[in-house]
Write a protein that binds this ligand. Structure first.
Ligand SMILES: NC(=O)c1ccc[n+]([C@@H]2O[C@H](COP(=O)([O-])OP(=O)(O)OC[C@H]3O[C@@H](n4cnc5c(N)ncnc54)[C@H](O)[C@@H]3O)[C@@H](O)[C@H]2O)c1
Length: 417
């Protein structure tokens, strides 16, 4: 395993640390470099992992390595991915793959031009429950999907939220409520192998939660996706009180879900049920059971995010070795990220239905190659959308005063304190 390990560098030493730790012999990877502009955190991580460190991304890309994992800011992944691909590196990117439609078009084109591996690092499809539901779905037991629900709603205490969003212009404070939709959608696309075609959405503001932090975006949303087989998927998130990470699918011959309750990492089971007048041969009316990992259970059960953090580097490494695109390829990554963008366009018009781009089709891509519609603080201004259905807001004074205390205490010195 030693000499042919894939040499990988990671940018972003917050979330990126779990990838740094995951680049192990077990998946045939070796961490060789880290990059972060926050020097104090970078030095600490460099010492922890004993690898080269860079504060400058361009210099980092010159390091002798095969692949780059992007765990930099949520809204800056596409330009960083494009640079890495052009520098000859395979890329695995955290969510979101792109935060404008133009970025999505360019990213697909650059992956095609370079022929390198691009993997979207969605980890929620790879929990033991979602892998089991994919296995069952593929046996045909519930038939073809007609309706599904995915929920990723992850509220945090005000202090915890402020600590992961330093500076009032941090992406977590500005994010429109539909943009973090991939944790809700990716497992459903993985289980059913469907693609989103048409979207509508409504945004939900929760002023009592928003005033405790420095959020200028809304707290939640519901997105409806018409999928390419005609099914409807309902997605719910993002930080409304009442934790939920949950998935349910109805097919034309039955249904399945993760049992409710237990919060984020709750002790779920898989439940599969049928109508007694519509039973597939040999099936039971209802069964509820604790699923098992398809393989590597010992390693996966120790990894973060319900085991998902083991499987993303595992599949990335396998894709690089085989030269075959992973399931979470650039087209699925860009499509599921773009659901958040199209949904925000819809939510700002109180739910108007809108078509999704087809990122496989160059003639369709041409229609979106100049679509730089962007809700992020650096682009705010005429012609650009606000991050809330209330328009452009300032952070609530109570939240901002508290945020400043928290950020100073954690050593944040940015101009937007
Ligand atoms: N899949 C998951 O379960 C999961 C969990 C947490 C975070 N994430 C994703 O990981 C990404 C990072 O999130 P985070 O929680 O670490 O917080 P974050 O976005 O605040 O951290 C980003 C890090 O990248 C660094 N960075 C940003 N721009 C840089 C640049 N130009 N050069 C060098 N360094 C730069 C920042 O200093 C910071 O340390 C986000 O996309 C987030 O959505 C995913």
């Amino acid at each position: 395993m030693s000499d042919d390990r894939i040499r990988v560098g990671v940018i972003g030493v917050g979330r990126g640390r779990s990838f740094a730790g995951g680049a192990s012999d077990t998946v045939g990877m070796k961490l060789v470099a880290l990059c972060d502009q926050w020097e104090e955190k970078l030095t600490e991580a460099g010492e922890q992992f004993g690898v080269a460190t860079y504060t400058d991304y361009d210099e980092f890309l010159q390091h002798d390595m095969d692949a780059v994992v992007l765990a930099n800011y949520f809204h800056e992944h596409a330009p960083f991915a494009i640079k890495a691909l052009r520098a000859g590196k395979h890329v695995m990117s955290e969510t979101a793959a792109n935060t404008t439609l133009a970025e999505g078009v360019e990213l697909c084109r650059v992956v095609e031009e370079t022929g390198l591996i691009y993997m979207f690092a969605e980890n929620y499809p790879y929990t033991v429950f979602n892998q089991e539901m994919r296995r069952v779905y593929r046996t045909g037991e519930i038939g073809a999907v007609t309706y599904a629900e995915g929920e990723y709603n992850h509220p945090m205490s005000p202090d915890a939220r402020l600590r992961i969003a330093p500076g009032h212009r941090h992406w977590r404070n500005w994010i429109p409520s539909t943009y973090y939709c991939t944790h809700a959608l990716a497992p459903l696309m993985y289980i059913t192998d469907t693609m989103p075609k048409r979207i509508n959405a409504l945004s939900i503001s929760c002023p009592t939660a928003e005033q405790q932090v420095t959020a200028v975006g809304d707290s939640g949303s519901v997105i409806l996706c018409r999928m390419d087989n005609g099914a409807v998927f309902r997605l719910f998130g993002l930080v409304l009180p009442g934790h939920s990470n949950w998935y349910r699918l109805h097919g034309d011959q039955g249904a399945m879900e993760i049992t409710r309750g237990g919060g984020y990492y709750g002790p779920g089971q898989v439940r599969i049920w049928h109508e007694d007048w519509n039973m597939p041969e040999g099936a039971e009316t209802e069964r509820v059971y604790t699923p098992e990992w398809p393989e590597h259970g010992e390693l996966a059960s120790q990894a973060g995010h319900g085991g998902g953090d083991f499987w993303t580097p595992f599949h990335f490494a396998n894709a690089i070795r085989s030269g075959e695109a992973p399931f979470l390829d650039v087209y699925r990554g860009v499509a599921m990220s773009s659901v958040g963008i199209v949904a925000w366009k819809s939510a700002l018009e109180e739910g108007v239905p809108l078509d999704m781009p087809d990122f496989h089709d160059e003639s369709n891509r041409k229609l979106f190659e100049n679509d730089h519609w962007s809700p992020w603080p650096q682009d705010a201004g005429p012609g650009q959308p606000p991050p809330s259905i209330h328009g452009f807001r300032d952070p609530h004074p109570t939240g901002l005063a508290h945020g400043r205390e928290v950020w100073k205490e954690m050593g944040y010195t940015g101009e937007d304190i």
